[in-house]
Each structure stands twice: as structure tokens, then as C-alpha cells.
Write a protein that binds this ligand. Structure first.
Ligand SMILES: [Zn+2]
Length: 81
């Protein structure tokens, strides 16, 4: 099954905010994914190792169930972010 990704962002995000979004995702049986850097590149300009990069790329990932389900879950989740 493909994934429906939404709420994509790139930037600094606190551990507190990450856990808050993970909890929101869990309530909807979806994932909140966080990766350091952006698409394999350090984004903070220091050339740091990716797992240490202060800049993260993050998004919600849900099973792709087509419309209107996808837009409904997107709307419900983003309303809580
Ligand atoms: Zn970096």
C-alpha cells in the first residue's frame, strides 16, 4: 500500500513538539516521521553528520486509502497541530 504524506515541514523542531505530533499521529493510527537534514543533506550549513543536524524534515504518513479518506484524515490531524 502506498503512503499518503502531508504536513511536510523543514526546520528546527523541539523534542516536545515531536512527541506531541507523534501522539496526535498515534491517535489516528498513522506515523509522524522525523529525519535530520533534508533529503540526505545537512541543512544547517555546518556540514554536520545528519543525525546531529539541528534542521529536521518531518511529515505525517498515513496509509493511502484514496479520497475522500485522505483529505479527511489530513484535515483532522492538521487541525490539532
Ligand atoms: Zn547540519
Amino acid at each position: 500500500m502506498s503512503e499518503f504524506c502531508f504536513g511536510v515541514g523543514v526546520g528546527k523542531i523541539s523534542k516536545k513538539e515531536i512527541s506531541r505530533r507523534k501522539n496526535i499521529a498515534r491517535l489516528h493510527n498513522i506515523d509522524f516521521v522525523v529525519q535530520a537534514g533534508n533529503a540526505g543533506q545537512c541543512q544547517c550549513g555546518r556540514g554536520c553528520k545528519l543525525d546531529a543536524c539541528a534542521i529536521k524534515r518531518f511529515w505525517f504518513a498515513a496509509p493511502n486509502q484514496g479520497e475522500p479518506h485522505n483529505m479527511n484524515i489530513r484535515k483532522q490531524v492538521l487541525a490539532k497541530v
